[in-house]
Design a protein around this ligand. Structure first.
Ligand code: ADP
Ligand code: MG
Length: 291
């Protein structure tokens, strides 16, 4: 191809042959980096900073893959801020002054700034699709940009999983702009679980999203990830190994989920199923004179 390029072609591109060669080499190397195995994260450490009154948090916490850590606290207390500190791999350079260590060390710059080593997959509260694509085209584009093998298989499994999470079903042909909030969430969770190689998943308050929360969590942690989740949902909170209680911008307390709480989880799930059944009846236009 290079041999066939005329001076006119090169003029059109505004490049010399050498520049074109080196741009092609950079491009191929960049794409190759996407296919490399991602470094493993065996441990994520959160080193405390300061609350909103600049009082020291005074804690250091190690998180390992397969664990769920919940973040609880009133609105405005700083739950999303803590998730953002982790996403940015804070090094004392955010309003909280927290430090995040990877495998016990100050992370290499690649963890902070490179796309192919992106540490974190984040599921945020609000999601809006603005592209004119079908669900299938959207997943295909994502899968191909990540050089995933057997794209069609992945598309099918993401669709199946997303439909299991969403209350209302959708198909490969559904335009992404017409998905409901719950369906968008379900699609992003299935997409993250199946395509994302990020070892850390951050979830900001999924409880109101009209999806099966428990299935969503199970799907995400099956992939041996470190999960942090801001939540007010008692069932989700008890499913975690521990919860960080945030007050006034700082971690005020760390509660390990004990056996007594786990025993109550079953009770909560019975209550939850009861409420879900009532919700279903309301949707179907029934009355609740007997419950
Ligand atoms: N330790 C802190 N120091 C200074 N500002 C903080 C701290 N923690 C949180 N904030 C700020 O407080 C505001 C509310 O925090 P946010 O994380 O959005 O609360 P939540 O998600 O719990 O509702 C944000 O502007 C955030 O940047
Ligand atoms: Mg928040």
């Amino acid at each position: 191809m290079f041999a066939r390029l005329t001076d006119d072609h090169l003029d059109d591109m505004g490049l010399t042959l050498d520049q074109l060669r080196s741009a092609l080499r950079d491009y191929v190397e960049g794409m190759g980096a996407l296919q490399q195995e991602i470094d493993t994260v065996e441990k994520l450490t959160i080193r405390g900073g300061f609350n909103k009154d600049r009082e020291a948090e005074d804690f250091e916490l190690d998180l390992i893959p397969g664990q769920i850590t919940c973040i609880v606290g009133p609105t405005g207390s700083g739950k999303s801020r803590l998730l953002a500190d982790i996403e940015w791999v804070a090094q004392g350079d955010t309003p909280t002054g927290r430090h995040i260590l990877i495998n016990g060390q100050v992370p290499d710059a690649k963890w902070r700034f490179s796309i192919e080593h992106k540490l974190v997959a984040q599921l945020s509260q609000n999601m809006n699709f603005v592209m004119d694509l079908s669900v299938e085209e959207f997943i295909r584009m994502h899968a191909e940009s990540r050089f995933v093998a057997n794209v069609d298989e992945k598309i099918t499994s993401i669709l199946v999983q997303a439909n299991e999470l969403a209350g209302e079903s959708f198909t490969a042909d559904t335009p992404i702009t017409s998905l409901s909030g719950g369906q968008s969430r379900a699609l992003m969770i299935a997409d993250t679980a199946i395509l994302s190689r990020s070892p850390i998943v951050l979830i900001d308050e999924i409880e109101n999203a009209g999806i099966d929360r428990k299935k969503a969590l199970a799907l995400l942690i099956k992939e041996e990830k470190i999960v942090l989740m801001a939540t007010h949902d008692p069932i989700l909170a008890l499913m975690g190994q521990r919860r960080l209680v945030i007050k006034n911008g700082g971690v005020a307390k760390i509660i390990e989920t004990g056996q007594a709480e786990r025993d109550n989880l079953e009770q909560l799930e019975i209550l939850d199923r009861k409420l879900m059944a009532l919700r279903h009846r309301i949707r179907q236009g029934e009355t609740l004179e007997t419950i």
